[in-house]
Design a protein around this ligand. Structure first.
Ligand SMILES: Cc1cc2nc3c(=O)[nH]c(=O)nc-3n(C[C@H](O)[C@H](O)[C@H](O)COP(=O)(O)OP(=O)(O)OC[C@H]3O[C@@H](n4cnc5c(N)ncnc54)[C@H](O)[C@@H]3O)c2cc1C
Ligand code: FES
Length: 273
């Protein structure tokens, strides 16, 4: 019997865009015009035929019609093979999988979205969803940090986010360059500049594991409740649907119970950080 959890759909690459030296954006349409129907924060399993299958976050909003985006860093075998593909090529897609950001819970509240480096890939999905449903959310603050100006993802879009009157946006780089006039410093240095009411603010935080504890410490010192801090965890994944155990952290399967967790539910798991 065919197991539908593993059924692969064909996805046609509609366009690609080199974003930085190592990251490329792919716009994909499922065969037959099928909608992906994902939530921000969910991921898909992407197969590059002949190379393998990997988990990748969906980077576009569910409000997009007809296609979705993934933003991929060339890291190894499969991602490098994916980078060689262009518009017209076909890949395999399973999913969407996992628990994303709890939109119904976020609605009516203020948001503090904190993205570090490639963490902006899944958070762009949330940001775009919020912009498309702006009246459903209170104050929105977005903080973005990356290593250097050359590593900045979605540069054109960020320029527009900065101009919006209904959003507070600030970005920083760890190392500036002579032509960089913006903030220099770790992402934590941006948090004191944000005015927010902790009780009505939910934080969506995605980045490399090393930034999580310093950022969480800063948020807790500002009295943000632990269950308001939403974090996406990355683990090696094989099945993506809670069956193989590859992504297990104690009693949790990252692919099925996450990848988005609230801090209160995972703070006792040392391996999570
Ligand atoms: C839920 C989830 C969402 C993800 N979203 C994105 C995304 O939007 N964009 C993106 O570029 N990448 C994303 N990743 C990471 C991506 O899956 C890995 O980079 C990819 O699997 C590497 O495969 P590879 O064959 O190219 O590299 P490999 O040759 O397998 O490995 C290259 C290097 O990457 C490390 N690596 C492999 N898999 C992972 C992993 N799952 N987590 C952390 N490090 C890993 C390896 O340890 C090794 O150092 C996501 C991972 C998860 C679990
Ligand atoms: S990837 Fe198989 S259980 Fe999570």
């Amino acid at each position: 019997m065919k197991d539908s959890a593993y059924s692969i759909k064909k996805g046609k690459i509609l366009s690609t865009k080199q974003m930085t030296e190592n990251e490329k954006l792919f716009e994909i349409a499922l065969e037959g015009g099928e909608r992906l129907d994902h939530e921000p924060g969910q991921f898909v399993m992407v197969s590059v035929f002949g190379a393998g299958e990997i988990p990748i976050s969906v980077s576009s909003s569910p409000t997009n019609n007809g296609s979705f985006d993934i933003c991929v860093r060339a890291a190894g075998k499969v991602t490098n093979a994916l980078h060689k593909l262009e518009a017209g090529d076909v890949i395999g897609i399973r999913g969407p999988y996992g628990k994303g950001f709890p939109l119904r819970m976020l609605e009516g509240n203020d948001l503090l979205i904190i993205a570090c480096g490639l963490g902006l890939a899944p958070l762009r999905s949330l940001v775009k969803y919020v912009f498309d449903n702006r009246r459903d959310f209170g104050n929105v603050h977005i903080l973005f940090g990356c290593r250097s100006p050359g590593n900045m993802l979605f540069l054109d879009e960020i320029k527009d986010w900065k101009k919006r009157k209904d959003v507070y946006f600030e970005c920083t780089v760890d190392c500036g360059t002579p032509d960089w006039a913006g903030h220099v410093g770790l992402i934590t240095t941006l948090i004191p500049g944000v005015q927010f009411e902790p009780e009505r603010t939910f934080v969506a935080l995605v980045g490399p594991p090393a930034v999580y504890m310093p950022v969480i410490k800063e948020l807790l010192s500002r009295n943000v409740p632990e269950r308001h801090i939403l974090i996406s965890l990355e683990r090696h994944m094989k099945c993506g649907v809670g069956r193989c155990g590859h992504c297990q952290i104690q009693n949790l399967y990252c692919c099925r119970d996450g990848p988005v967790f609230n801090y209160e539910e995972i703070k006792h798991l040392k391996e999570a950080f």
